[in-house]
Design a protein around this ligand. Structure first.
Ligand SMILES: Cc1cc2nc3c(=O)[nH]c(=O)nc-3n(C[C@H](O)[C@H](O)[C@H](O)COP(=O)(O)O)c2cc1C
Length: 188
C-alpha cells in the first residue's frame, strides 16, 4: 500500500485555534495510508526578496517539508475577508525564489473555520486565486466553510456528530484528489 504525506498549513497561530483543532480532527478521518504533518509557520521572518539568494533557515525547512509531501491541506481562518498575513507570508516564502517554488503540481485541499456563518468563504476564494497562480491543482468541491460553534468537536477532539458526515465526505474526496493528481515525486 502506498503511503501519502500531506503537508498541512494552518493559517492561525492562536493557541486555541479552531482551525488547528480542525486540521487535527480532519486527519483522523483519513485512511491509514495518509499521514498529516502540520508545518510550523510562526517562526518565519517577514518575507524579503533581498534574501532570495540565501533564504532564512525556517523558509528552507518549510520548502523542504512541502517538497517532501504528496499533497497540501490548507486550514485557515478569514482575517478581514482574506487570508491571514501569516499564511500569505508562508506561501510567499515557499514560492520563491522565482522558478524554485515548492508548490508547483502539488494537489491541495482548502478548508476553513470561522465564528461567522459565511466565514472563510472570501478567504478561501482569495487562497484559491493564489494557488491557481502557483500551479497547485486544488479540490473544487465540496467547498467546506465550517462554522466554529458549540459541538463542532466532541470531548476527544474528533469532529462532532453534526459535521462528521459532511467532513468525512470532504476527506474522501480529498484523498481521491491526492491519489489522482499525485503531485511530483517527493524529493526526500
Ligand atoms: C484580525 C482578525 C480579522 C478577522 N476577520 C474575520 C473575517 O473577515 N471573517 C470572519 O468570519 N471572521 C473574522 N475574524 C474572526 C475569526 O473568524 C476568529 O477569530 C477565529 O476564531 C479565527 O480562527 P482561529 O480560531 O483558528 O484562530 C477575524 C479575526 C481577527 C483576529
Amino acid at each position: 500500500m502506498s503511503q501519502y504525506t500531506i503537508a498541512v498549513l494552518v493559517g492561525s497561530l492562536r493557541r486555541e485555534s479552531f482551525n488547528r483543532k480542525l486540521a487535527t480532527a480532519l486527519a483522523r478521518l483519513a485512511p491509514a495510508e495518509f499521514t498529516f504533518k502540520q508545518l510550523e509557520i510562526g517562526d518565519l521572518p517577514l518575507y524579503n526578496q533581498d534574501d532570495d539568494a540565501e533564504q532564512p533557515a525556517p523558509a528552507k525547512r518549510l520548502k523542504a517539508e512541502i517538497e517532501a509531501a504528496h499533497g497540501l491541506l490548507f486550514v485557515t481562518p478569514e482575517y478581514n475577508r482574506s487570508i491571514p498575513g501569516v499564511l500569505k507570508n508562508a506561501i510567499d516564502h515557499a514560492s520563491r525564489p522565482y522558478g524554485d517554488s515548492a508548490f508547483a503540481g502539488k494537489p491541495a485541499g482548502v478548508v476553513g473555520a470561522s465564528i461567522g456563518a459565511i466565514g472563510t468563504a472570501m478567504a478561501q476564494q482569495h487562497l484559491r486565486n493564489i494557488l491557481a497562480y502557483l500551479d497547485v491543482p486544488t479540490l473544487g468541491q465540496p467547498e467546506a466553510f465550517i462554522q466554529a460553534k458549540e459541538g463542532l468537536f466532541d470531548e476527544s477532539g474528533a469532529i462532532g456528530p453534526a459535521s462528521r458526515e459532511f467532513l468525512q465526505g470532504w476527506m474522501d474526496r480529498f484523498v481521491a484528489w491526492v491519489k489522482t493528481h499525485g503531485g511530483p515525486k517527493p524529493t526526500t
